[in-house]
Design a protein around this ligand. Sequence first.
Ligand code: NAG
Ligand code: NAG
Ligand code: NAG
Ligand code: NAG
Ligand code: NAG
Length: 411
Amino acid sequence: MKNFATVLVLTILSAYIKAGADYLVTGYPNLHWMFQTNIHEYVHYIETAQNNGVQIIVFPEYGLTGMVEDPTEYAIEIPEVNSGNRFDNYWLHLLSTAAYEHTMYVVVNLLEKANNENNETVYYNTNIVFDKTGTIVAKYRKINLFFEPRLTPGNESVTFATDFGITFGLLTCFDILYYNPSRKILVDSFATDVIYPAAWTSTLPFYHSLTIHSGYSLGNGVNLLASNLNIPSRGISGTGIYGHDGTVLSYYLSGTTSSRMLIGSLTPRGVPRAAEETETPTFQTRGFNILGNETETHDLRNFVTARDFNTRNYQFQDLELTNANTLQTVCHGSFCCNFNVSLSDISSSGYYKFLVYNGLANLGGSDSSIKVCTIIACETSDSSTCGNRNISLSTRFSAISVTGDFEKNRR
Ligand SMILES: *[C@@H]1O[C@H](CO)[C@@H](O)[C@H](O)[C@H]1NC(C)=O
Ligand SMILES: *[C@@H]1O[C@H](CO)[C@@H](O)[C@H](O)[C@H]1NC(C)=O
Ligand SMILES: *[C@@H]1O[C@H](CO)[C@@H](O)[C@H](O)[C@H]1NC(C)=O
Ligand SMILES: *[C@@H]1O[C@H](CO)[C@@H](O)[C@H](O)[C@H]1NC(C)=O
Ligand SMILES: *[C@@H]1O[C@H](CO)[C@@H](O)[C@H](O)[C@H]1NC(C)=O
């Protein structure tokens, strides 16, 4: 663990987790009551955050409404950015006032209603950012929708600069898997830190919320504030604050619907990714799995996860558990991954395999090409038993480094 104490410049809060959406939507006599209760709860968290010296707070995707499919009743018109801190809409007024009174940047996700160029009403999944005066200084419309048929995708990536010297990029949930905007905000702008409201459903073995977060943060070398909704019965949980150097400041994964606010101090990365990018067509990325330490997870029996894994298509190779250190290159066709694994606690029971894949995968209802370099736990030596969550193994890793060549500007 790095010591942050001497270089502490920035205090950031991420990751407040909202209570379960089913409860939210059905538990209120009417819409007004629901907004009132949730915004009241947001304000309560903003107050608590202020007492901890927090400069920016991030609320999760669908946090105000729960996961509704029909936006017509819930959507709000959002004024242009930088048009002051007076709002006709009562809910925006309350949020703006909270940001102003507690002098804090506040990031809220909600459903937005707008007119398109043909003067038709369209709906967006939108993040808005209030600055410390309560003015909306950024508005980002989710580009990569995930089974949100009534919504229109946004078409612009968005970053914003703060008065504490950090430029943030904005992503929402499924966006994190796509070049535009998850890499675009880093290579086309000067964002060093990323804000990420989500309502992410974890699917094993590749799309667990926490591994996606740490992989994105470490692979791109950016600080990440990931704020996930919390509905464990639907596999939606996993919130964290991730440092650009691979440190995980704080994370929370739960099988209960209780809310949790995470607070962390991040050191700025300094040099934006964009300024460092070379002209080489590929970049090396690396990642690791943070799930070894179970102390920040809570009663996961009720955190329900599906498994989506056609093992026949993947390239496997056994990880020998007899050596303390293993260097291994594994290829699927011409795509190769390099692994460097150190074991701290060697146990010959259990199975781990290296796994490499370069091909299509169904993401959000359509086929996308993906590349995977990973180490996976298995029940037996048979690859079809890999990647389900019932496996318990006593081997412990002290370090895992994974590198692979990925196209820099793949879309
Ligand atoms: C857009 O439609 C609204 C009614 O839905 C109408 O009041 C308004 O005048 C229209 N604006 C334009 C520019 O056509
Ligand atoms: C996004 O769409 C809006 C409205 O259709 C248009 O004005 C804007 O130029 C588009 N931006 C990009 C980057 O395509
Ligand atoms: C695991 O959690 C414990 C208790 O919070 C902490 O003391 C320890 O440093 C953590 N280990 C790692 C590797 O993060
Ligand atoms: C592999 O990892 C170990 C432990 O982190 C490190 O000491 C070693 O230098 C690494 N080897 C290579 C070739 O990267
Ligand atoms: C995991 O174990 C439980 C109880 O032992 C069992 O009910 C469940 O089907 C198992 N799940 C998988 C994916 O093997």
